[in-house]
Design a protein around this ligand. Structure first.
Ligand code: NDP
Length: 280
């Protein structure tokens, strides 16, 4: 079974690439394309790739992911996250390819205080979240056979992520302040990649929008503390409020997602975030 992976040099793409030579992916024939090999905003290039290769699935790991810079690079973020998603959807439709697309907890405003379900109204408060939500709509409006997986606080040994930033700062600094009033769930990219492979191997036709993160809840402060504790890094860590750490983009205060739908549909047992952090 042939699978196209776009944005293959990013964090999730690299995670999938690392898994591609393991037993877990037997029978799956991956074609990994980095941004320079396949630009998802180039309609003709995507069309040619899809029509010439007969892919069963396209896993879209390509995205504009810089939440703060998106506020000033609006056109670029829109092109990649909205027009790119639409381009993939239209071409998946023509080539009968199932699209697996990754979205984000940042589509929510964070004003709830119970976990968000898939049907909850998306009301992004930053431009990145806005483009990711419009990207979801572009897929839903142009394709029937899609899985949109919203995930959160992705980390791994690859790419840029919070865990790697904390490990670097832990080696550079003696004291660090981290916000404690934004609540969400860290997600180990490897665990997410396993779920994507599970969906493919199950040949599922339960298309739609799903929430996936690890189990449990954390603030960025909790996440940082666990990273330092597990790695035995001694640092003076202080909790601060978001207002004390202003950023160009506002983030939701509460973006925990309910995962019942994905657990029930695919019979999943999701690891707790701290357990995954220990193996990361
Ligand atoms: P990364 O930023 O690590 O990777 C994104 C990749 O997309 C990069 O390799 C980038 O290539 C590539 N890319 C950018 N523009 C294009 C383009 N026009 N055509 C093809 N490729 C392009 O992101 P992650 O792996 O961390 O994220 C994967 C998905 O998960 C994204 O959809 C993201 O929105 C979502 N997500 C991520 C979270 C996180 O915390 N990281 C949280 C929630 C959701 P290059 O580097 O060459 O520009």
């Amino acid at each position: 079974m042939k699978i196209l992976v776009t944005g293959a040099s990013g964090q999730l793409g690299s995670t999938l690439k690392a898994m591609a030579s393991t037993k877990q992916t037997e029978g799956l024939n991956f074609m990994f394309k980095s941004s320079s090999e396949l630009d998802i905003t180039d309609f003709e290039a995507v069309r040619e790739e899809m029509l010439s290769s007969n892919y069963a699935y396209c896993i879209n790991c390509a995205a504009y992911t810089n939440v703060d810079k998106a506020e000033s690079e609006k056109n670029l973020a829109y092109q990649i996250n909205v027009s790119g998603a639409r381009t993939l959807a239209l071409n998946c439709n023509e080539s009968k390819t199932v699209l697996i697309h990754i979205s984000t907890d940042f589509v929510f405003d964070g004003f709830l205080n119970t976990p968000y379900v898939e049907e909850d109204i998306a009301r992004p408060i930053g431009f990145y979240g806005d483009t990711k939500y419009k990207g979801e709509r572009a897929i839903i409006n142009n394709l029937d056979e899609y899985f949109i997986i919203r995930t959160s606080w992705l980390y791994s040994e690859f790419g840029h992520n919070f865990m790697k930033t904390m490990l670097r700062l832990g080696n550079e600094k003696k004291e660090l302040s981290v916000v404690y009033d934004q609540i969400g769930t860290p997600t180990y990219a490897h665990d997410l990649a396993e779920v994507l492979l599970h969906i493919i191997k199950a040949h599922s036709i339960d298309y739609g929008v799903y929430h996936y993160s690890n189990e449990g809840v954390a603030s960025w402060y909790d996440f940082a503390k666990a990273i330092f504790d597990i790695n035995k890094i001694s640092i003076q860590l202080s909790p601060i409020r978001s207002e004390e750490y202003p950023t160009p983009a506002e983030r939701p205060k509460f973006s925990v997602m309910d995962k019942d739908k994905i657990k029930k549909t695919f019979n999943l047992d999701i690891p707790y975030w701290k357990d995954s952090l220990e193996v990361a």
